[in-house]
Design a protein around this ligand. Structure first.
Ligand code: GTP
Ligand code: MG
Length: 196
C-alpha cells in the first residue's frame, strides 16, 4: 500500500470522544519506549507525524491519524511506565482498556515487543487479556536493527514458543521491524491492506 497522505486528527483521553466515523482503524500498543510512535512515522514516511522521545511516557493520549482518507491509525500511550504516579497510571490503563473494549472501528491491534527483551509478564498478560476479549491482534517486534539476523530468528522463535507453552494454541501473525532501517514496512502495510 502506498501512503499518499497522513494527517493528525485528534488527541483525547476518552474513547467516547474519538472520531465519530465508520472508518476502519488500527492501533499500536505496547510498553512505553518500545517504539510505537517511531514505527508510525516509519510506516507513514513522515518524520514527525507522531511525537517520539528517548524518555518513556511521551505519548499520553489516544492519537488518531487519518491515512489516505480511508482508515485511522491510532497511537496509544505505553503501558507499564513506572514513573507516572499511581493515580495517573490507573487512569491511563483505564482509558486504554476502555478504548479496546468500546472502539467498534478497531480492526486490529498491533502489540509491539522490543526484540531485545525476554518475554515480559506485562506483555504476556496483555495478550491474554486481548485473547479473552476477542480483540484481534498481531505482534510487531521492534528495534531489529539492534540484533543480527541470526539472533533475530532465534529470538522470534523463542518468543513464539513461549506463547505456545502458555495460553496460546496458535501464534498470532507477527512482523519484525526497525524504524531506523525501515525493515518490515512493506509487510506491515500489506497486512493492513488485506484487512481494509
Ligand atoms: P511512549 O510514547 O513513551 O509510550 O514510547 P513509544 O513506544 O512511542 O516509543 P518512541 O517511538 O517514542 O521511541 C522510544 C525510543 O526508542 C526513542 O529514543 C526512539 O528513537 C527509539 N527507537 C524507536 N524505534 C527504534 C528502532 O527501530 N531502532 C532503534 N535503534 N531505536 C528505536
Ligand atoms: Mg509514543
Amino acid at each position: 500500500m502506498r501512503i499518499k497522505n497522513a494527517r493528525f486528527v485528534v488527541s483525547n483521553s476518552r474513547v467516547a470522544q474519538c472520531p465519530n466515523t465508520k472508518l476502519p482503524e488500527f492501533a499500536f500498543i505496547g510498553r512505553s519506549n518500545v517504539g510505537k510512535s517511531s514505527l508510525i512515522n516509519m510506516l507513514t514516511d513522515r518524520k514527525k507525524l507522531a511525537k517520539t522521545s528517548g524518555k518513556p511516557g511521551k505519548t499520553q493520549l489516544i492519537n488518531h491519524f487519518l491515512i489516505n482518507e480511508k482508515w485511522h491509525l491510532v497511537d496509544l500511550p505505553g503501558y507499564g511506565y513506572a514513573r507516572v504516579s499511581k493515580k495517573n497510571k490507573k487512569e491511563f490503563q483505564q482509558y486504554i482498556t476502555d478504548y479496546f473494549l468500546e472502539r467498534k472501528q478497531l480492526v486490529n491491534a498491533f502489540l509491539l515487543i522490543d526484540i531485545r527483551h525476554e518475554p515480559q509478564p506485562i506483555d504476556l498478560e496483555f495478550m491474554e487479556w486481548m485473547g479473552t476479549q476477542q480483540i484481534p491482534f498481531s505482534i510487531i517486534f521492534t528495534k531489529a536493527d539492534k540484533l543480527s539476523e541470526r539472533v533475530i530468528e532465534r529470538t522470534v522463535t523463542a518468543y513464539l514458543n513461549t506463547l505456545l507453552e502458555g495460553a496460546w494454541v496458535e501464534t498470532p501473525p507477527h512482523f519484525v521491524t526497525s524504524s531506523t532501517s525501515r525493515l518490515g514496512k512493506d509487510a506491515v502495510l500489506a497486512y493492513i491492506e488485506t484487512l481494509l
